[in-house]
Design a protein around this ligand. Structure first.
Ligand code: CA
Ligand code: CA
Length: 110
């Protein structure tokens, strides 16, 4: 078992064409934390999100929430944290579907 700590999310480019994105995480199938409004060239501190316990891998998906009929939330991308990253310090991964550009920083703890 390992613990995943989400540290920060940086948005270089939003998924929505106009205005901010409304992003949330789904980790191994469960939504984690709330919805964050984020704009281009903005960073969010994620350390108030509780650590996630996982076994070998944690699939971290980032979605942009969209409202309206026939407008499903958009998957911006996914990265995978692994238990072998425990003790290795800060890791980074990119989410960049739909023209978006996000960088996530996380850490895996024993
Ligand atoms: Ca969108
Ligand atoms: Ca949106």
């Amino acid at each position: 078992m390992a613990r995943l700590e989400l540290i920060s999310l940086y948005c270089e480019k939003t998924e929505d064409t106009i205005g901010t994105d409304e992003v949330y995480f789904v980790i191994n199938g469960n939504q984690v934390g709330g919805v964050n409004t984020i704009n281009e060239t903005e960073g969010k501190d994620l350390r108030d999100i509780s650590h996630i316990i996982f076994d070998r891998t944690a699939e971290i998906r980032l979605y942009d929430k969209d409202t309206g009929i026939f407008n499903n939330d958009d998957l911006i991308g996914s990265v995978t944290a692994t238990s072998s990253q425990a003790g290795e310090g800060e890791m980074t991964g990119k989410f960049n579907r739909g023209g978006a550009d996000y960088t996530l920083t996380w850490r895996v703890l024993h």
